[in-house]
Design a protein. Structure first.
Length: 242
């Protein structure tokens, strides 16, 4: 309590508010002590399967055996039919050469032999070129398909890894949500501790009043005993204003 001028200032703490404040503090300590250790979701099996597929594809060399799996199984049949067509054309040309030699009365001569050799050589060259081109085209297509399949396998592994990662993240969210139940309670308690309770340590000012009559009477009595009637008058005036 302090007096200044015409007012008195009094500081006090509401017992009920103080008790609630201390209770909240104890609750905060209890929540903090019971807070579980943070847990982390493990790798999802899908993530591990996708990762294994990518590793296997990356470490497996690209060989002719892999390309062979994409070769057209009907390629040889196409080549055989094409060679058969060339042979038919050769035979027809040879027949025309024989007829021309007969008409020219050169059948069996050297001229007929040269013409027959030229026809056979042309047919063989055409057959070899056609066979080589068809095999080269088949090999190129098989190579492209094998490379595409490998790329699809890698992309598939990445997709599976992404799916496994999403499930792992969902599991982590569940673990965090369970743990955050205590954190949410602790946050509520901390917010209440941070508030400024009303009248907690506050001051109240009240007007200061004094008894004028009692002061004047006391002053008069003291003055009269010391200085007689005039002292009583003077003491009364001082007591009234003091």
């Amino acid at each position: 309590m302090s007096k200044g001028g015409n007012q008195v200032s009094t500081t006090s703490i509401d017992p009920d508010i103080k008790s609630a404040f201390l209770t909240n503090f104890q609750q905060a300590q209890g929540v903090a002590g019971a807070l579980p250790v943070q847990q982390f979701a493990g790798y999802n099996p899908l993530y591990q399967a996708g990762e294994e597929q990518i590793v296997n594809q990356s470490l497996t060399p690209f060989t002719g055996q892999e390309i062979g799996g994409f070769m057209n199984p009907y390629q040889q049949e196409v080549i055989d039919r094409s060679l058969g067509d060339i042979e038919s054309i050769r035979q027809m040309q040879d027949l025309r050469d024989r007829q021309a030699a007969t008409q020219a009365r050169a059948f069996g001569g050297s001229r007929q032999g040269v013409q027959s050799s030229l026809t056979n050589a042309a047919a063989l060259k055409q057959a070899a070129d056609l066979s080589a081109n068809l095999r080269n085209q088949g090999f190129g297509q098989a190579t492209q398909l094998a490379q595409y399949a490998r790329g699809q396998n890698l992309q598939g592994g990445q997709n599976v890894m992404a799916l496994g990662g999403a499930r792992q993240a969902f599991e982590q969210q569940q673990l965090d949500a369970i743990r955050n139940i205590g954190l949410q309670k602790l946050g509520i308690v901390q917010s209440s501790l941070g508030a400024s309770p009303a009248n907690l340590g506050g001051s109240v000012s009240t007007p200061y009043s004094r008894n004028v009559a009692s002061g004047a009477l006391g002053g008069a009595l003291a003055g009269g005993q010391l200085f007689g009637p005039y002292g009583a008058i003077a003491g009364g005036l001082l007591g009234a204003i003091g």
